[in-house]
Design a binder for this molecule. Structure first.
Ligand code: WQD
Length: 332
């Protein structure tokens, strides 16, 4: 019996593969390598001492997905594979909807043919839209997304909830990530966006390394602690452990459950920058720039449900996230 991690050579998928392997679970990684490289499998083996099976495949390719389910006895799917750049999704909505939705539908078809009953989905806090009060709670209204990437997560949640309603034996976990940053302590795995990073932490590390001249702080006139955007940063290793806890719960409970995976605490852009500089004893020059279109001033999780149901909560601090991100950047 094995677990299929789609997108398993990506940032969150690779860290989750390490936790699953170290928990003694047989893991199959499938990835089309459109946003990662195959040497991540070598790095996972170096960290764990176990080389997971790896299949280079597009999860929208029904024949390729069928071949995986025919070759391996898949007892659960952790679905990370998907396009995830917010700005790019606005420019290429058709590609985003096709890839992010068809992959899920293709996997559900194969699962039904092979009697696989557990689906853990990589969702996002972005489904809460911009009109919910903070902290976000799983029972809050979702939708009202501000970009096709967010809408594709919302639509996937709807697809999976309806599939579980139609098949009461199916177990679905919808994991709503907040802001994953950090890297494995070994420095062998981390966030490796191609080109100019969209997200804050990879941009900070590139500035610290001297590859970019300065950080643009997108607005300091928000109604927040210091005027800059506030987010719920979660260490990627904590997030990976959250997937393990969710799978272990899902395999014993049919039906659909939604979980926020966040720290429950907010950190501003300037607080993160200052923490990074202090922890790593390095400068990060920045300028205050105009607000970025589509940004929300502040959001963070109510993380109570994951604690109560999964007995999971974050353990690593913002200092850990800053230290591990820099260690990865220097070694990467
Ligand atoms: C964080 C804060 C920016 C870059 C997005 C997606 C979300 C998830 C995580 C995939 C904001 C500020 C950023 C910069 C800045 N992705 N910022 N200068 O937008 O909260 O969430 O990434 O799952 O779905 O929406 O993350 O890191 O882009 O921004 O000032 O160069 O940092 O304004 O306040 P975001 P982010």
């Amino acid at each position: 019996m094995a677990l299929l991690l789609t997108g398993g050579t990506g940032f969150i998928g690779s860290h989750t593969a390490v936790e699953f392997i170290q928990a003694g679970l047989e893991t199959v990684i499938a990835d089309d390598l459109s946003n990662s490289t195959a040497d991540v499998v070598d790095r996972i083996e170096t960290i764990t001492g176990v080389r997971p099976a790896f299949v280079c495949a597009d999860m929208c390719d029904a024949e390729a997905v069928e071949a995986i389910f025919s070759q391996y006895d898949i007892e659960g799917v952790i679905h990370f594979a998907g396009f995830k750049a917010v700005g790019e999704s606005v420019e290429k909505p058709v590609e985003y909807y096709r890839n992010n939705l068809l992959s899920t539908l293709t996997l559900l078809d194969a699962m039904r043919r092979h009697g696989c009953k557990v689906f853990v989905f990589s969702s996002s806090a972005t489904v809460y839209g911009e009109n919910n009060p903070i902290p976000y709670v799983e029972t809050m209204q979702t939708g009202d997304c501000t970009n096709p990437y967010g809408w594709s997560k919302f639509m996937n949640e709807q697809i999976l909830m309806d599939a579980a309603k139609a098949d009461p034996s199916l177990s679905v976990s919808l994991l709503r990530y907040f802001n994953p940053i950090g890297a494995h302590e070994s420095g062998l795995l981390g966030d490796d966006p191609s080109g100019i990073p969209n997200n804050l932490m990879p941009y900070i590390t590139r500035v610290a390394k001297g590859e970019l001249p300065h950080l643009n702080v997108y607005g300091n006139d928000y109604p927040t602690v210091d005027g800059t955007g506030v987010r719920d940063y979660i260490h990627v290793v904590d997030l990976a452990k959250g997937h393990l806890a969710a799978y272990q719960y899902a395999k014993d409970h049919a039906g659909t459950e939604v979980f926020n995976l966040g720290s429950g605490k907010g950190t501003s852009v300037l607080q993160l920058v200052e923490t990074f500089k202090r922890v790593n004893n390095i400068d990060v020059p920045y300028v205050i720039a105009p607000r970025r279109a589509g940004d929300i001033a502040e959001f963070y999780a109510d993380a109570t449900k994951a604690e109560e149901v999964l007995h999971w909560h974050t353990e690593k601090t913002v200092e850990d996230m800053c230290r591990d991100s820099w260690n990865w950047e220097m070694k990467g």
